[in-house]
Ligand binder design. Structure first.
Ligand SMILES: [Zn+2]
Length: 431
């Protein structure tokens, strides 16, 4: 044992940047069989999973992950927020851990890959290190966050941003977040204990399926995530005048629905007419009084804008407002925008981590592109306390939150290969 560790140390000292080309490759079949095994917990009739956080299926899936971690020799603990953390010791006790992982809970009617691929890629990286006999300088923490789909509960608690008011929220398991945290081995009365301070971590990395279908469509193997987009919401109210739909001539109408329709088209034109990848959506609309024979006097609809750049979001909104005032004038209606405070701010990943991940993809011989994440992830919380990087792998047709989610075994293995190379680069060369 002693000789072995000295040899390992010598290897690290003599050839720090070496290993990237000689590293063992992730085993696609091993990852696939683990995904299949995990998918038994909460399996639904459509071939996906109902593994909602805190449910019996979630508890069983978590036990499966813990068993895999223990089999790899990791030192496993559950923090007070219910996050599962498996530690692999490093050789330098003065260094703080590199953390990586994702989540295994699902939405109701979910699939077998969202979150799961990130946890399995993390475990695969540990297997490859074990098999190659590599001891990193930093400790490595594999994490499976609790209740990601129900509001990023585990990662918010870990970063100190969880709002205690949410403890009473009940999810599809039938348990409140407080009860659920306790049911999975945490302790909702000591959530502060789960907190990790910036000085306690070196970096965080998450592998995840890409839910926009861009990698799949373009035939690319890896997405280097530039950040998680910010989200702004408004309630848009259009006031016209309700009147008889039979007797009011077309040129005498103040039709709120017609103005809403024009505004909906204008929102789409603004978002597509500007440079960049901003998106703007009208997802909900209600007309009042809502009868076939009455010209709508009032319409309330939603507006959502997402982008990586807050400034760009503001400019998109300003352009929409300008179009709205033209439409209001032309249709003799009044249009007002009320900001809905569910906003999340754009969270860029660490530029140094992006560069390391891109190089790792190159070293692994994989094609890649830089891209934003349009969906929220635990990584957005972790980015508030530590240099964070995110690695996307393709999801067929971009389908997610559905039993039809599919990521091929090789695509998962590619993610694990890039993850391993990223971990080693951070470990050996720093940020
Ligand atoms: Zn996810």
């Amino acid at each position: 044992m002693r000789i072995l560790s000295i040899l390992t140390l010598a290897l690290i000292i003599t050839a720090p940047a070496c290993a990237q080309e000689d590293l063992p490759k992730a085993q696609a079949d091993r990852m696939e069989s683990r995904i299949q095994e995990l998918s038994q917990y909460g399996r639904n009739a459509d071939g996906g999973v109902d593994r909602v956080a805190y449910s019996q299926a979630d508890i069983e899936g978590r036990a499966y992950v813990i068993q895999l971690m223990k089999g790899q020799g990791l030192d496993v603990r559950i923090d007070s927020a219910g996050n599962i953390i498996g530690r692999r010791a490093g050789s330098d006790p003065s260094l703080k851990p590199v953390m990586f992982g994702s989540h295994t809970d699902s939405v109701p009617g979910g699939g077998n890959y969202d979150g799961d691929v990130g946890v399995m890629a993390a475990l695969e990286a540990i297997d490859l290190l074990n098999e190659a006999g590599i001891t990193t300088r930093h400790p490595l923490d594999v994490v499976s966050f609790s209740n990601e789909e129900g509001g990023l509960v585990g990662s918010l608690a870990m970063t100190g941003h969880f709002k205690p008011g949410a403890l009473s929220v009940v999810n599809a398991s039938g348990l409140s977040i407080a009860e659920g945290i306790d049911a999975i081995g945490g302790d909702h009365t000591r959530l502060n204990d789960a907190r990790v301070k910036p000085e306690d971590l070196t970096a965080f990395i998450e592998v995840h399926i890409e839910q926009g279908g861009i990698l799949d469509e373009e035939g690319l193997e890896i997405g280097v995530v530039e950040g998680i987009v910010g989200i702004d919401w408004w309630d848009v109210t259009i006031e016209g005048f309700a009147n008889h739909a039979g007797t009011t001539p077309m040129n005498k109408r103040r039709d709120a629905m017609l103005a809403a329709a024009r505004l909906t088209v204008a929102i789409n034109e603004v978002a597509t007419g500007m440079e960049g990848r901003q998106v703007a959506t009208v997802g909900r609309i209600r007309a009042e009084p809502g009868a076939p024979n009455v010209i709508p006097g009032r319409v309330v609809m939603s507006l959502e804008i997402r982008d990586l750049d807050k400034d760009k979001m503001n400019r998109t909104f300003a352009a929409i407002q300008a179009r709205a005032s033209e439409i209001a004038k032309a249709s003799d209606t009044a249009i007002t925008f009320d900001y809905v405070d569910v906003a999340s701010v754009p969270t860029p990943t660490d530029p140094r981590m992006r560069a390391i991940i891109a190089k790792a993809a190159e070293n692994a011989g994989l094609t890649y592109q830089f891209m934003p994440s349009g969906a929220g992830h635990d990584a957005q919380d972790m980015a508030t306390i530590t240099p964070t990087g995110m690695i996307f792998v393709p999801s067929r047709d971009g389908v997610s939150h559905s039993p039809n989610e599919f990521t091929s075994p090789q695509a998962m293995a590619n993610g694990a290969d890039v993850l391993l190379r990223t971990i080693l680069a951070v470990d050996q060369e720093g940020l």
